[in-house]
Ligand binder design. Structure first.
Ligand SMILES: Cc1cc2nc3c(=O)[nH]c(=O)nc-3n(C[C@H](O)[C@H](O)[C@H](O)COP(=O)(O)OP(=O)(O)OC[C@H]3O[C@@H](n4cnc5c(N)ncnc54)[C@H](O)[C@@H]3O)c2cc1C
Length: 259
């Protein structure tokens, strides 16, 4: 078979794509995997599940040191958080995991092509790398596993500095004094928890009251819209507020940085 001819091509190397690639190769198909970024693993490994869990792991130690060690008779005095080191460790965890995926591609003889994949026709895929000319491969079948991006909101411009997504929240250079998290789903609660444990005053805003259930189980409290003008002071280290019906927003200010 010519070098650029494949039985199957997978576009996107997240958990959907790389697992499909391994399986196709194991079933004897000549397999290509196209990824636009320089590292494999997609959102999950690079800016999702893995780094968020690495930070949750680190901040759980902080939380325990703050509130549980005393009960065990362990006295540690003031806790000094080296946030840069925490982020560096997270990067190390990500690096190790994405390298694991590259290893699996080699082991299973999946050809990895770096670049943006797009259809020229139903059997021809063009791959445009970050630098240099596009090249083409031909393929019998294609699996599109291009994943998702953080959603934006019509009333907010994500400038990636003050208004950020979960991706930037995984790479802040300072612990913010305060933060509003819009969205009380798993990602919002996880990122909110990381910073609340580090001392950030965190409010989580969501238009659905349902988040209360998951948050309550973690000891969080939610302030319903209209119930109180501002979040109540509570024992919980994380507060949440329900956005007005239909998700229409109020103006929300959050301070990122040390000032
Ligand atoms: C902060 C955070 C925490 C999360 N935690 C969890 C968790 O704990 N558990 C869990 O199950 N899920 C979690 N998720 C969700 C999880 O990351 C996604 O469900 C998962 O990554 C989806 O996998 P995927 O393969 O469909 O897509 P993705 O992982 O998004 O991968 C798609 C890939 O396709 C590439 N791509 C897109 N278009 C092209 C193109 N034209 N050419 C080449 N490449 C392209 C992208 O660069 C990307 O690498 C989390 C997400 C976030 C953001």
């Amino acid at each position: 078979m010519p070098d650029n001819k494949y039985d199957v091509t997978i576009i996107g190397s997240g958990p959907g794509g790389y697992v499909a690639a391994i399986r196709c190769a194991q079933l004897g198909m000549r397999t290509a995997l196209i990824e636009k970024y320089s590292t494999l693993g997609g959102t999950c490994l690079n800016v999702g599940c893995i780094p968020s869990k690495a930070l949750l792991d680190s901040t759980e130690h902080v939380q325990k040191a703050k509130s549980e060690f005393g009960e065990h008779g362990i006295k540690i005095g003031n806790i000094d958080i080296d946030f840069k080191q925490m982020i560096e460790r997270k990067r190390g965890v990500v690096k190790q995991t994405v390298e694991g995926v590259s290893f699996l591609m080699k082991k299973n003889k999946v050809d990895v092509h770096q670049g943006v994949g797009s259809f020229k026709d139903k059997h021809t895929i063009s791959i445009k790398p970050e630098k240099g000319k596009a090249r083409e491969i031909t393929t019998g079948k294609v699996i599109i596993a291009t994943g998702s991006k953080p959603a934006s909101l019509p009333f907010i411009e994500i400038d990636k500095k003050r208004i950020i997504t979960s991706t930037e929240a995984l790479e802040l250079d300072k612990i913010p004094k305060s933060m509003v998290v819009i969205g009380g789903g798993i990602i919002g609660v996880e990122m909110g928890s990381v910073y609340a444990r580090l001392g950030t005053t965190v409010q989580d805003w969501d238009r659905h009251q349902t988040v209360t259930q998951s948050q309550r189980s973690k000891g969080y409290r939610q302030t319903s819209h209209g119930e109180s003008g501002r979040p109540e002071r509570q024992r919980a280290d994380f507060q949440s507020r329900v956005l007005p019906g239909g998700g229409r927003a109020e103006t929300i200010y959050a301070r990122i940085g040390s000032g």
